[in-house]
Write a protein that binds this ligand. Sequence first.
Ligand SMILES: [Fe+2]
Length: 496
Amino acid sequence: MLYILVRILDFQSHIHLIYTLIHKRAIKMDVTKPTSCWWVVLVALVIALNLATLCNGGVTSKFVRKVEKSIDMHLESDVFSVPTGYNAPQQVHITQGDHEGKAVIVSWVTMHGPGSNTVEYWIDGNYQKLKANGRVTTYKFYNYTSGFIHHCTISNLKYNTKYHYQVGMGHSVRSFWFMTPPEVGPDVPYTFGLLGDLGQTYDSNKTLTHYELNPTKGQAVLFVGDLSYADNYPDHDNARWDTWARFAERSMAYQPWIWTAGNHEIDFAPEIGETKPFKPFTHRYRTPYKSSGSSSPLWYSIKRASAHIIVLSSYSAYGKYTPQNQWIEEELPRVDRNKTPWLIVLMHSPWYNSYNYHYMEGETMRVMYEPLFVQYKVDMVFSGHVHAYERSERVSNVAYNVINGICTPVSDQSAPIYITIGDGGNIEGLANNMSEPQPKYSAYRETSFGHATLDIKNRTHAYYAWHRNQDGYAVEADSLWVFNRYFHPVDESTSS
Ligand SMILES: [Fe+2]
């Protein structure tokens, strides 16, 4: 009943709006003339047709797509092919290796033996090769034994420089390259790609292809968790961790992917004797957590160009007195906005999500950390988990104290924009069931697979864009100029 009453009151307010518009216009023109009458009818019609949108918070996209089940790519697909040559390095990937962007961690897997731990690398155009030695590790998971997983940190790199690197031995050497970021500074432009919940379906391949062919594609990927979805296979078939990394190598060997752990990285399976959470993920993917004073690879920070990126773990303890809580409380005051104006947080489980999937799963972490995010003026928070896209207004919900009943999100220009981007295309399919009406805090939402980019221009402005897979590579389905909360805290919302 209450909902119907609210809708009636909303409708009445729109009728009042139409009346006001007509009345104001009528003062200036003779409404007895036929042309004026047409104008009045047109205004009324346009507003009436838009009533459904005006009644809700933001935009629920009307984009219509053919919804089909996402199917994992066949094991014989070329994206999974094993490189030629005996014991050739495969699953090559890189990530940032220190706090400031002067080191890179190179990782790869050899299947038949440890082979060489060495990375040879050199500056583009300079053939003097340098060497760094890494370490090799293996792990067992139920009846699966991993290949030889190599991790090698190469340090003291020059900023803004193209490096070539080689891994492997003899006839199985493989070569790749990467660009180091510019030196950290407040007005350094930099573009990040945003991907989440990727998996290894035909849709995953479309998402990655769209990202690669996007004319404004990122220089590094902020990945918001849920990589391979190997745990959807019987006994968490870890061979699917291998196939996923062979599939994604074409991007992650050439630009760093910044890792966030999702629920599909937990791999907790006591029914088959596997009780160490995050075992496959932490053996395969490294993060530079020690350089930000973290005690766990699952939460950490990096600085890159003009951004300070904080990665949190939705699936590690974060309550009072826990290591993650202690770390974030110490980390946020350390952020120097005069050096890195853009403060960005990655986590897997979203706090503001109006889909009927994983609804309120992020709520306990929101209660713990949202006051800090508002206090320290976080610019943007990126999450995954929900297999769709959603962008929030700048809102906070920090007034509630158990007694006062103030538990509605309110507009807050010190709060971040929350983006859910768990739309990589994994086997679990799209989240197409939304709560109705769209809450006021939700600016735009759409059930489509895709990716996004965040193009930082300087200390005040960044351009954010989301791309759906059905469109051409350059098409932006949702976009926004984002204003920095520290240097330019102006309301940039287009729908409020
Ligand atoms: Fe997830």
